[in-house]
Design a protein around this ligand. Structure first.
Ligand code: SF4
Ligand code: FE
Length: 511
């Protein structure tokens, strides 16, 4: 089994020649394009850390297919211990990069398809699971990064996929051939898409019988014929072309480097097709994937919180106010919020269970609670980070002004902090806080892995209100309480009769 280093991963991307557009131009080499560097470095970290003895336990696992050591990003969870290590790995990577490291979407796709293809075969007598396992083995053997391409463009959302005027708003099967299928359509907001080796597609929603052709999952190399990527814009993205200091997080970037993927009459051989019309399993696939991915956010975003909390304290210290009670209070709030999300994701992993396929799944209700908390708390702790950082994060001059012989020295002097803190370090940290708290990371925390409404639907569905009603009825005495009757040693009705009689007698006596 190969386990690539960060450097080897970047070199491996040179073997691929995907068709990528950005700023209206075709990009000749993804690896050499300056705009893509930070995202590539971040994904490379998922490879690099797997070689560090310090992180080996969380970053690697033993393949259940071969028994060999593999990068955890290609692993099928074999127990709750794996689920816990997965979120530990995500917090670690968030801490190391301060941004989205992209590879989790593919990991969740691998696990969701492992579970769903097994169940599909049980019901339909198909052979998707074995087919999927063969491809998974290739992914593990070669340490590949598949992007998880789920979200479709979706057109008019009041219409089902088959009712759309333009069918390409959803990825779909155009033709079924003896040796494969022809597909067309679009996938949108796909994290890490241009620097992944493979594209793993999944349906974006539950499909009905008439949407059969949209109930589709397959894997293809990223440079397959007919596939085109358009890299998306992000807040302040061209800062990285201005100067490293202005970029905020020049090494690792802003969020996940999303792209849209256009499929135009693309041929997919049957051995790479994992769902082709089984609309009755789209709900299971979507929910399983979403559950895994929503649970991750209590790992990766808490890792980011660790960075921003550290940066906020450092900034306060650099300005001589780290001991002020309002600063300590704000930092404490940030820590408490982050650890609440972390506790939630740990619980969600420890409460995981074995599926019929043998793979372990997180606790679906708790996973949705994790993500719903993240959609609120990330905004809240980033608000506090901005509060501590002060107005400078939105008014700092550029690195070019700092380097200008006429004005640079004056800027240097007026932004100086407490003794021992250089102006350029202070600006570096403030730019990082700006990058993390003003940039695209906020809406990503809201909409990544599904918008809050999607989590609320799942929470409402799995919240088990009926059982809670029964509990309330039992405590209120509306329904029979077996345990209470055992404690009092008699029927409740008889018991309350006696109680009432005693009260009556006592009241009489008092009079
Ligand atoms: Fe991974 Fe988090 Fe990025 Fe999703 S948002 S891909 S879970 S780092
Ligand atoms: Fe995300």
């Amino acid at each position: 089994m190969t386990m690539m280093t960060g450097k080897e991963y970047i070199a491996s991307l040179r073997d691929l020649h995907p068709e990528v557009y950005f700023f209206g131009k075709k990009i000749e080499s993804v690896v050499d394009e300056p705009m893509f560097q930070p995202h590539i470095h971040t994904a490379a970290m998922t490879y690099e850390l797997a070689h560090s003895p310090e992180y080996e336990e969380v970053m690697t696992a033993l393949s259940h297919l071969t028994g060999e050591k593999i990068n955890r990003f290609t692993h099928i969870h074999q127990g709750t211990d794996d689920l816990v290590k997965k979120v530990r790995m995500m917090r670690l990577l968030g801490q190391k990069t301060g941004t989205c490291f992209q590879r989790c979407v593919g990991l969740d796709g691998l696990n969701a398809l492992y579970v769903t293809t097994y169940d599909m075969d049980q019901k339909h007598g198909t052979t998707y699971h074995e087919r999927f396992k063969k491809w998974l083995l290739e992914v593990q053997k070669n340490d590949l990064m598949p992007s998880g391409a789920m979200t479709d463009a979706r057109g008019d959302r009041s219409l089902r996929p088959h009712q759309q005027k333009n069918k390409d708003t959803y990825l779909h099967i155009k033709e079924r051939l003896d040796d494969g299928i022809i597909v067309s359509g679009v996938k949108a907001h796909i994290t890490g898409a241009i620097n992944s080796h493979e594209i793993l597609t999944m349906p974006t929603r539950t499909m009905g019988e008439e949407d059969r052709d949209f109930a589709l999952s397959f894997a293809l190399p990223s440079d397959a014929r007919g596939v085109t990527f358009v890299f998306s814009r992000q807040t302040n993205d061209t800062r990285r072309l201005d100067s490293p200091l202005d970029a905020g997080n020049p090494k690792y970037g802003i969020v996940g480097g999303e792209a849209i993927i256009l499929f135009k009459d693309v041929f997919v051989p049957w051995e790479r097709v994992f769902m082709a019309g089984e609309y009755d399993f789209t709900n299971e696939l979507v929910e399983t994937f979403a559950g895994y991915h929503r649970s991750n956010y209590g790992g990766c975003k808490v890792g980011l919180a660790d960075v921003v909390i550290g940066g906020s304290y450092w900034t306060a210290d650099a300005h001589g106010i780290s001991k002020a009670s309002h600063i300590i209070d704000k930092l404490t709030e940030m820590i408490a919020m982050a650890e609440t999300c972390w506790s939630c994701t740990l619980a969600c992993s420890y409460e995981g269970h074995k599926t019929s396929s043998g793979a372990y799944l997180i606790h679906p209700l708790l996973a949705n609670v994790v993500k719903l908390n993240i959609t609120r708390m990330v905004y809240e702790w980033m608000r506090v980070a901005q509060d501590i950082a002060g107005g400078k994060i939105i008014t700092l001059p550029s690195e070019k002004d700092l380097e200008n012989p006429e004005i640079g020295k004056a800027i240097e002097e007026c932004f100086v902090g407490k003794e021992g803190f250089s102006t350029s370090d202070i600006i570096k940290m403030l730019r990082l806080i700006e990058n993390m708290s003003v940039g695209a990371g906020l809406p990503e925390a809201m909409h990544g892995a599904g918008s809050p409404a999607a989590q609320k639907i799942m929470i409402a569905r799995r919240g088990n209100i009926e059982r809670k009603v029964e509990l309330a009825k039992s405590v209120a005495g509306i329904k029979k309480d077996k345990e209470f009757e055992k404690i009092i040693g008699k029927d409740e009705e008889a018991y309350w009769k006696e109680v009432k009689e005693t009260i009556r007698k006592r009241t009489k006596l008092r009079r």
